[in-house]
Ligand binder design. Structure first.
Ligand code: C5P
Length: 234
């Protein structure tokens, strides 16, 4: 068995299905999933608990609070713990989602997240999802995927998952607006690597997207190519 650890990077805009796809791909490949957004969310949750109004948040204080976040390996993924406790509902809540882009603009916090994620990958093959994984965190990742989907479809999927029912068009329209605003705030760091495979999932089922990524990863594992290099790539 090869000692070489593999890194699969999955980037893309908000609600493009990165995290659930990354977890599923990791399960199929028997890799561990690392959700980098969960670390930005964890730091934001602590800031919301401790620091009052978000427009007064200071980078140094947020970074201090981030030191109370640990990334703990489980059987299929790494989970962020806040002062030792799991806080999945809190970090996925609407308040955190509203404020997380502000925290993600803080360079010191970005460096902290990148360090946590790189450390998680030591000794494990991983599927890492985020915005800048293939460009900044793992520019040498073995496989890079950039997931996109039409904003309306992303909003529809997110709401269906959250509400457990078919959302009304007015609800989808409001969620689309929120997603587009978050995309705009995250635009600087949401960059497709030149050697990433672009996957538009608007008309794909999740099982189909997972199949495609797993097939690409297996080809890379076998030492094959992931397809033609983009124009201009050396
Ligand atoms: O992936 P998710 O939507 O949970 O990420 C939450 C937020 O974390 C994003 O809106 C973005 O501001 C930030 N983020 C980032 N870089 C990453 C992952 C997430 O800036 N690699």
């Amino acid at each position: 068995m090869s000692e070489r650890r593999m890194v699969v990077a999955i980037d893309g805009p908000a609600a493009s299905g990165k995290s659930s796809t990354a977890q599923w791909v990791a399960d199929r490949l028997r890799f561990l999933h690392v959700d980098s957004g969960a670390l930005y969310r964890a730091a934001t949750a602590l800031a919301l608990r401790e620091l009052g109004a978000a427009d007064t948040w200071d980078e140094i204080r947020v970074l201090e609070l981030a030191s109370d976040v640990t990334l703990v390996p489980g059987t299929t993924s790494f989970e962020p713990r806040l002062r030792g406790a799991s806080a999945e509902d809190e970090i996925r809540g609407a308040d955190v989602t509203k404020c997380v882009s502000r925290v993600a603009q803080m360079p010191a916090v970005r460096r902290w997240v990148n360090e946590q994620v790189r450390r998680a990958a030591v000794g494990h093959s991983v599927v890492v999802d985020g915005r800048d994984i293939g460009t900044v965190v793992f520019p040498d990742a073995d496989l890079k995927i950039f997931l996109v989907a039409d904003p309306w479809e992303r909003a529809r999927r997110r709401l269906t998952q959250r509400l457990g029912r078919r959302p009304a068009d007015t609800e989808i329209a409001e969620e689309t607006e929120r997603l587009v605003q978050r995309d705009a705030k995250d635009a600087t760091q949401t960059v497709q690597a030149r050697d990433a495979v672009l996957l538009d999932t608007t008309y794909l089922t999740q099982a189909e997207q997972v199949e495609r990524i797993v097939a690409l990863a297996r080809a890379v594992e076998r030492g094959g190519s992931r397809g033609p290099s983009p124009a201009g790539d050396a």
